[in-house]
Design a protein around this ligand. Sequence first.
Ligand code: FES
Length: 347
Amino acid sequence: MTQIFYLPDQQLIETEDANTLLTAALEAGIPHTHVCGGNARCSTCRVLILDGHEFCAPRTPEEQILADQLGFEPCVRLACQTMIAREGKITLRRLSLDADDMAMFFDQVSKKAAPSLLGQEKHVAILFADIRGFTAFSEALLPYDVIYVLNRYFQRMAEVINRYGGTINVYMGDGFMALFGVENPDRAAERAIRAGMGMLAALEELNPSLEGLYQQRLRIGIGVHYGWTVIGTIGDPKNPKMTAIGDAVNLASRIEAANKSLGTTFLISKEAYAEAKDHVLVGQSFQVKIPGKSGEYSLYEVKDVPPSKSGEEFGVVTKTQAKHHWFRPIQRLVRALKYWLKRLVGK
Ligand code: FES
């Protein structure tokens, strides 16, 4: 006999090993939704396996098709298709609890809504950026120009973020949050820091045209932290947005804000620095109190990164890079020469 602990029902049941999870629930009187009658077509019977996945049989081909379509994590299973493989104890949570859940799952299956990413804990690098003094900057401009400047700025920043395998997940007025390591955890902190330096370089390229048009330059502050977050999709089911939530996100935002009081441009946390130590040159370090948190935090000012190896090294090549493939080795050589010259002169 296998034991299944059902949530949110808080009910422990015992069942024969040959049963599916759905059959076991229905036999025990648990109101487990199964709109298509167990034919792997509606997904309303989906469950989240919290413990004991090893006692469940692999996906049937029918379940696999729906799981691929909806982007299910391995721990999300269709109860109507999941056989109990061997004796053990399984803990799971039914995911369709009311009419709203059912409607959302139907919309996903019929492709009227994008599949939502259930919360997953992930170690990621979080980058926050904010334009300094943008309110004063924008007060001198027409509304059209404000939007024009912001769009030019966000476009350039997104190019850099994407080049290093990150994604901008949230825009907040003239600021944004980007995540690195959601899909590919490899060197996430290093990529975020390289992206931060790339953003500053891109801004230097953008500023002359803004000066020409508006006699003003943009300045930004950047903060990077590396830590555990919960990643998931939220918002309107027809247009869900992936985001990160958790203490690490709040801390990254506070680190970016600390640039103002410390008079710096680019700060990273101790955790981000520890991850990318061999690839980043830091200047001053600070012990700061972070609003809303106890104790002091070590922050490091980023001064430089060794010659940027292109996004290709991180498995990321933008369309523009691909077009100018021949040009890249020369760019790298020039960057390397500039870097070493700067270091020699600095010494
Ligand atoms: S009951 Fe419809 S997919 Fe399981």
